[in-house]
Ligand binder design. Structure first.
Ligand code: PGA
Length: 257
């Protein structure tokens, strides 16, 4: 796991966007795994700037998103489909037919999840997966206690996540209590992973992910076993890392290569 500690969110977002842009240039028909949440918004706007400037094109790119609230229609302004359209897809030249988000209204959610896994496999697997991290160390909606071998399925949100996400809804009781989510096992099959983490409220989760034991209580820790995982964080999110200086030195060398 490479830990890239940046002076702020703007620098980290630009560096992460550059890594995605490089892949899109090298492999115009690549498969991206995408994430929602406040964390990747600035990185998405860097990518939109690149498209506008004619530096990259998403015309051949396909995407699969990590998760979707269960029970919210795609038209709901807090659904993850709505978020992706507003924060990225409407701002770039991707063909929306090539963008995939789990259907939060699927009655047969088992079929929905199994089909999603098959679609990803048929597309050749995810070349690059974007991730945020929850304050409890979750990736996608794989809450503490999720198996590190889990696949796309129905999951329940913890009170901590409901509280964290309540800021986007009128009140906490409006936050859905379940979701459809790629599993930790699904995510770890991506060829490359970029995880973004900003702010002091992510410091414990980042420390657990990088320096704690690999455990289902911090599902992001599964990335320790991934051979091409990159963490882009700001100083605050990195503040509790015991080997912070070492990671900073090492990643500077790795980023050049
Ligand atoms: P956030 O959520 O980007 O809104 O902090 C991250 C997550 O829960 O994965």
């Amino acid at each position: 796991m490479e830990i890239v500690i940046c002076k702020d969110k703007a620098e980290a977002s630009r560096k992460a966007a550059d890594m995605i842009a490089k892949l899109v240039k090298e492999k115009p028909e690549c498969v991206l795994g995408l994430a929602t949440g406040s964390t990747p918004v600035e990185m998405y706007s860097c990518l939109a700037d690149d498209v506008k400037a004619g530096k990259i094109s998403f015309k051949g790119v396909k995407s699969w998103n990590l998760d979707e609230y269960y029970g919210l229609p795609a038209t709901h302004d807090q659904s993850y489909r709505y978020f992706m359209n507003a924060n990225l897809f409407d701002k770039i030249d991707i063909d929306k037919a090539n963008t995939h988000v789990l259907n939060g209204l699927a009655e047969d959610w088992r079929k929905e999840c199994a089909d999603y896994e098959s679609q990803i496999k048929d597309a050749g697997g995810i070349d690059l997966q974007v991730l945020g991290i929850g304050s409890d160390g979750h990736i996608a909606f794989n809450e503490p206690g999720s198996s590190l071998a889990s696949r796309t399925r129905m999951v329940y949100l913890t009170p901590q996540t409901i509280q964290d996400n309540a800021r986007f809804f009128d009140k906490a009781s409006d936050v859905p209590t379940s979701a459809l989510s790629m599993g930790v096992g699904t995510i770890c099959e991506a060829k490359k992973v970029i995880l973004l983490a900003f702010g002091a409220n992510k410091a414990d989760a980042v420390q657990g992910m990088v320096e704690g034991g690999m455990s289902q209580y911090c599902t992001a820790s599964a990335l320790q076993a991934h051979n091409d995982a990159w963490v882009f964080c700001d100083e605050e999110a990195a503040s509790k890392l015991k080997l912070k200086d070492f990671y900073a030195w090492r990643s500077e060398i790795e980023m050049k290569g």
